[in-house]
Design a protein around this ligand. Structure first.
Ligand SMILES: *Cc1c(COP(=O)(O)O)cnc(C)c1O
Length: 441
């Protein structure tokens, strides 16, 4: 453990030793005094993505027109998927860029449940992103209210087709870590699917992927990991852990741009057993035969649905360059040092103002963001954004969430951001803001 200090010089010393420091120049920094703590929600723009997006619009869309499909557009979901696969421990042929995280969850979870149609339990947790929980509820609604939609037809459910039991594991302590023993004992022989966010979106807790995947497999359950807060921030080893499915975002730590398409991963071992619930032409075996009947494409390709947003997808591909260059191990090393430093500054400067740490203290089980909790969290967030040029985000009920994207944040930025939070507290600047929340927090 580093012997941290609150002095600004100390932050400069950390920067002087930072092997990734030069990557900041690879990003568009809109204003040198901006402290951007929200790279875990929307990453900053890599210069190469900005340049490439112009080329994509001017040359590829503008001049290639329809010919673009034979010049690398058609293969882009698989090509870019494999690049992302390299960041999450997935050998080629298992990761595809497609749709949104929510839609990918729908496709993969429905497919898992229909494969496991003799089992009726689904396990997730209260830490999961709400959209993930809604998707599971919607699948349950669909499959149990319309038994005919189950594919293949259910066998031996023994419950009259009354739907799934969706178990949400809760917290052991103040919403920071899930109750692992409750999770482990809930996974039984009747469990069809365990689906969790690998790094949870509020506290940043990291699940032990290998342990939970092994445990689930022993009981015959499949496992689906949401990597939205993991990809580009913590090392992930999907193949090594023998994970069945994964999904994730590209606009957070991968810096792919607002609404950039998501990815999905399906382990080679089970690809051929699965059927997608959405049979679109991009998932058909020979889309340009224009057959009137659907035959699934081989492998994970069957989970594609229709035409993908090429401008956004190709821009995101360019945005991956700095991350691929830096490599996950150096990123993780810097990220741990940063979150440790931030955790130290929280203790030294913010705890006296009533803040508490809403994330694990141990960096081994903590992703690249920290939640710091305060009853006035929402108004403090407003004051930081509107007066201090610091951008965190707020997650109800009281989490001020600070993302530390190691590619473009310096230790001096972290010091500066915390110094400004401290000033907001000293001067009670948050008091003038209404309690009424804006639409996006
Ligand atoms: C950001 C995030 C999502 C976003 O889903 P979209 O469908 O892409 O909007 C889903 N799950 C988790 C865990 C996330 O952090």
């Amino acid at each position: 453990m580093v012997n941290f200090s609150t002095s600004r010089d100390f932050a400069f010393q950390l920067d002087a030793k930072d092997k990734l420091a030069s990557f900041k120049e690879a990003f568009v920094i809109p204003d040198p005094s901006l402290v951007y703590f929200d790279g875990n929600s929307l990453g900053m723009m890599p210069k190469i993505a900005q340049e490439k997006s112009r080329q994509i619009v001017d040359e590829q869309w503008g001049k290639d027109l329809i010919r673009g499909w034979n010049k690398g557009w058609w293969e882009a979901p698989a090509r870019v998927g494999d690049k992302i696969g390299g960041l999450i421990g997935a050998a080629p042929g298992q990761t595809l860029v497609s749709d949104t995280v929510s839609v990918n969850l729908f496709k993969l979870a429905t497919s898992a449940l229909t494969l496991q149609s003799n089992k009726t339990r689904v396990i997730t947790d209260t830490f999961n992103f709400p959209s993930d929980l809604y998707i599971l509820q919607g699948i349950n609604n669909l499959l149990s209210s319309s038994p005919r939609l189950r594919h293949p037809s259910p066998i031996g459910r023994g419950d009259g087709g009354e739907g799934y039991e969706i178990i949400r594991i809760g917290a052991t302590d103040s919403d920071i870590t899930p109750d692992l023993s409750a999770l482990e004992s809930a996974i039984d022989e009747n469990t069809a699917l365990v689906t969790l966010s690998h790094v949870v979106f509020k506290s940043g807790y990291i699940y032990d992927m290998r342990r939970i995947t092994d445990l689930a497999h022993k009981k015959g359950a499949l496992v689906l990991w949401d990597l939205s807060h993991s990809v580009g921030s913590v090392p992930v080893h999907l193949d090594d852990c023998n994970a069945d499915f994964a999904i994730g975002c590209t606009y957070k730590y991968l810096n792919g741009g607002p609404g950039a398409p998501a990815f999905l991963y399906v382990n080679k071992k089970i690809q051929e057993k699965l059927s997608s619930p959405i049979w679109g032409w991009w998932g058909q075996k020979n889309p340009f035969d224009f057959d009137l009947e659907y035959t699934p494409a081989p492998g994970a390709q069957r989970f594609m649905v229709g035409t993908q947003p090429m401008i956004s997808l190709l821009t995101m591909e360019a945005a991956l360059e700095p991350i691929l260059q830096a490599g996950m191990d150096s990123l993780r090393e810097k990220s741990i040092l940063m979150t440790d430093f931030a955790s130290f500054l929280t203790g030294a400067w913010l705890v006296p103002f009533g803040f508490s740490l809403g994330s694990p203290v141990d960096p081994a089980i903590r992703g690249s963001h920290l939640s710091i909790r305060h009853p006035e969290g929402y108004r403090i967030n407003r004051a930081l954004i509107e007066e201090m040029n610091v951008i965190p985000d707020f997650r109800a009920p009281d989490n001020l969430r600070l993302g530390f994207a190691p590619l473009y944040l310096s230790f001096a930025d972290v010091w500066e951001g915390f110094d400004r939070i401290r000033r907001v507290m000293e001067e009670k600047r948050y008091e003038k803001y209404p309690l009424q929340k804006l639409t996006v927090t």
